[in-house]
Design a binder for this molecule. Structure first.
Ligand code: ADP
Ligand code: ZN
Length: 750
């Protein structure tokens, strides 16, 4: 077909060849000009292969723009597009989205396109594999005399009688013979050998299947969402309901409506590798597993899924933030589950927030977006209050399950006891007693501490030296399971030294403070009978391990879970009735804009793991600050009051969502260079009404991966976007090679 390579003849220039702009997946200022091959019209969106220097690159024919500054290369100097790639063109909506994200994040459109093309391999045709099928399905058993049929051959012919193509291995297995028999039949001319593209199987979801009977509140929310989908118009809804209220069941109704209308659906989850239960529920609801998209995929899975999305074969995609850039043929709904999660914010490369970009994508495609959370972000709550987002609430847990009873444990009075064999203890007498009762009743308990490893600090008793990462301004965290000290920022590791590296004293290094491994050690001492499991990203890696963990908890092979945030989210464990938060004060102090909000969300989520079915749940929160608004809100269950107070403090400072922020981060291995550029930038900052420049300052991670960092924050009023100011300002200085500049619009934390 027209897609193949053009012969060399056609590559020679001809007058009148069509000029086209091709965007390459590279961080260049804009598209490059090429010529379409003689006699071949290329249209915007076509995927093409073009010469680039001495190599070749894939690219996308881009729309012409009136902003071009007219400095066109003369036709004679233009290179000619080599070929059009045989894949569906990138739709106008996708192209607009790429341009929009690039302009918003102040990055090169090619850098965004790179995310959209996933990888060059994704564009190559899938490999084929040999399959065999009957030459003449009407004659499954040839008459004797023509070909000699052994019993083994007869069995293979019987299997092949249905006319379907199968691999030699499949046929051999089903017929219980060796593959040689299959190949022999092919050689004898009874089976024919074909090359079939080997691709993952995509099953079609059945939107007509019935979901569960919904409660009245659920039914109302579902009807509202279905109506949004049916209107085929842009809208944003915030589905806000307590943990276990059936939010997933409700948004699946919207998914069903979109599928029934012939649209593709994207469901975004913060940590898809850990979301086995959600995937299983999709399969149960629609009779087929959804396609998934996340970082933990093989090249082949990536290629096949990318194509299945482009051809419209994959109807529901459950994916991480990068799934936004997939080449949907007819996207008609995006659901962002756990919309408040930090994991949606990408900080490296193109810095963007996937929830916000999902809303943009929906507005470009004129379809609904649904944001889902039990603890929505302040941004989304604000957008509801401003009337921009519709709000749907589910106030009660499904089936009458009550919300857990939350109590604060005041660590100033209820002090954990020292354990002679172990040293410091971390579990207060009240929490120990609650654990004993729960385990005694044969129920499950979770101890939550959002800190991986054994101890966050290793300290010399003799000279007070602290072990720090040589590349980052960060402490090394002791991991006893792997017997290493690890930097959680750059991955640097070190075997735990026996002598202090500073003063040389022997056996003077002590572990300071708890991580999950240390709490597990205490739990083992206190409850030796309980079957325990430590759960963190060190012990659960990838979808298989996550699925196995969920199964073990559900089948009650574990009594006591000791885990980080990896266990806090989404899971439904009916036997789990007690949650103990070991240290609620982590994250309550410090200057981080979203620290308090995030702590509230996380503790609320982890509390929501308790008592999800008939047995009532109990949550004990250990803290030194029981009067802190976060703790009070968790104990009283008065979320809205907490949000109101948090919003008030942000409003006073004109912080997001009441104002806009952008961060400019400079980094270099050379401290002097980074400081010089910071000073030069500060001097170059133009004055502008309403715009505040804070900095340069040293961020909390003053050094990261061996690079020194300095930061500016740009604060603008809500109705004024900072991009044009930034473009003007940052364009005024020339950056030396060894200093890197990154812009982060709407930085998540700092
Ligand atoms: P959320 O997403 O709000 O945490 P889920 O959708 O996971 O809540 O629902 C919690 C549990 O209750 C799940 O096991 C779910 O299948 C069940 N559930 C919710 N609504 C219904 C319903 N209407 N009928 C039957 N089961 C339901
Ligand atoms: Zn480090």
């Amino acid at each position: 077909d027209s897609a193949g390579k053009f012969d060399d003849e056609a590559l020679t220039l001809a007058a009148g060849s069509q000029r086209c702009r091709v965007l390459l997946p590279l961080p260049l200022a804009g598209p490059y000009d090429y010529l379409a091959p003689e006699g071949t019209a290329l249209a915007p969106g076509d995927l093409v292969c073009v010469p680039l220097g001495r190599r070749e690159s894939v690219g996308v024919v881009w729309d012409s723009s009136d902003q071009d500054d007219g400095e066109e290369l003369p036709v004679e100097r233009l290179k000619v597009v080599k070929s059009r790639i045989d894949l569906p063109p990138m739709t106008p909506d996708q192209r607009r989205f790429v341009d929009w994200v690039a302009a918003y994040t102040l990055t090169a459109p090619g850098a965004v396109l790179k995310m959209a093309l996933s990888s060059a391999q994704a564009l190559e045709p899938p490999p084929t594999r040999p399959v065999y099928r009957l030459v003449r399905p009407d004659i499954a058993q040839p008459s004797a005399g023509e070909v000699k049929l052994t019993p083994a051959r007869r069995r293979v012919m019987a299997i092949a009688a249905d006319g379907m193509a199968r691999s030699a291995a499949e046929l051999a297995r089903e017929a219980a013979v060796g593959t040689g028999v299959v190949k022999g039949l092919a050689a004898a001319g009874l089976l024919e050998r074909l090359e079939m593209p080997s691709r993952i199987e995509i099953n079609a979801p059945d939107s007509a299947r019935q979901g569960p009977v919904l409660s009245q509140a659920q039914g109302q929310a579902a009807a509202a969402l279905r109506a949004m989908v049916d209107s085929k118009d842009f809208s944003v809804s915030l589905l806000d309901g307590v943990t276990g209220s059936g939010k997933t069941e409700v948004y699946m109704e919207a998914v069903a409506a979109a599928l029934a209308a012939g649209r593709q659906v994207l469901v975004m989850l913060p940590e898809i590798a850990l979301s086995v239960q959600v995937l299983e529920r999709f399969e149960a609801r629609f009779g087929a597993p959804p396609a998934t998209w996340h970082s933990d995929m093989t090249q082949a899975q990536r290629r096949d899924t990318w194509r299945a999305v482009a051809y419209g074969e994959a109807r529901v995609i459950v994916g991480a933030r990068s799934a936004l850039y997939l080449p949907f043929k007819e996207l008609g709904l995006i659901v962002v589950d756990e919309e408040h999660e930090q994991a949606f914010k990408q900080e490296d490369g193109v810095a963007y927030h996937a929830r916000d970009m999902a809303v943009v994508r929906a507005s470009i495609g004129r379809f609904p977006a649904i944001l889902v959370s039990a603890t929505p972000s302040l941004e989304s709550v604000f957008n509801v209050q401003q009337g921009r987002y519709a709000e749907l609430r589910l106030p009660a847990r499904h089936g009458g399950a009550s919300l857990p009873d939350v109590e604060a444990v005041d660590l100033r009075r209820d002090k954990p006891e020292r354990i002679p064999e172990l040293g410091a203890g971390w579990l207060s007498p009240s929490l120990r007693q609650a654990l004993a009762e729960t385990l005694g009743r044969g129920e499950q308990a979770l101890l939550f501490l959002n800190r991986r490893g054994y101890a966050p600090l290793t300290l010399c008793r003799a000279c007070n030296h602290r072990l720090e990462c040589p590349n980052c301004t960060a402490l090394l965290v002791e991991h006893r399971l792997s017997d290493r000290l690890v930097c959680h920022h750059c991955g640097f590791t070190l075997r735990r030294p026996t002598n202090c590296p500073a003063c040389g004293e022997a056996d003077s290094l002590i572990a300071w403070g708890p991580g999950v491994e240390r709490v597990a050690e205490e739990a083992a001492y206190l409850f030796p009978e309980a079957r325990r499991s430590v759960l963190s990203s060190d012990t659960i890696y990838g979808p298989k391990a996550a699925a196995e963990f969920v199964r073990r908890v559900q089948e009650h092979e574990i009594d006591l879970l000791i885990g980080t945030q990896i266990v806090a989210k989404g899971h439904h464990f009916p036997q789990l009735t007690l949650v103990g938060v070991v240290d609620a004060d982590l994250g309550l102090s410090g200057g981080d804009l979203r620290g308090v909000e995030r702590t509230y969300q996380l503790l609320h989520q982890v509390s929501g793991r308790a008592g999800r079915e008939s047995k009532p749940g109990r949550v004990l929160i250990q803290t030194h600050e029981p009067d802190h608004p976060v703790i009070e809100a968790l104990v009283s269950g008065d979320r809205d009051r907490f949000f109101a107070a948090e919003a008030e403090s942000r409003r006073d400072l004109m912080m997001p969502p009441f104002g806009r922020l952008a961060a400019v981060i400079l980094s270099s291995g050379d401290l002097q260079a980074v400081e010089e550029v910071a000073r030069a930038l500060a001097r170059a900052a133009p004055k502008a009404e309403g715009i505040q420049i804070l900095g340069p300052s040293t961020p909390p991670l003053a050094a990261l991966r061996g690079r020194h960092r300095r930061r500016f924050l740009v604060k603008t009023p809500r109705d004024q976007r900072p991009q044009s100011y930034l473009r003007d300002w940052l364009g005024r200085i020339k950056l030396p090679n060894r200093v890197r500049l990154q812009v982060d619009i709407d930085p998540y934390s700092f």
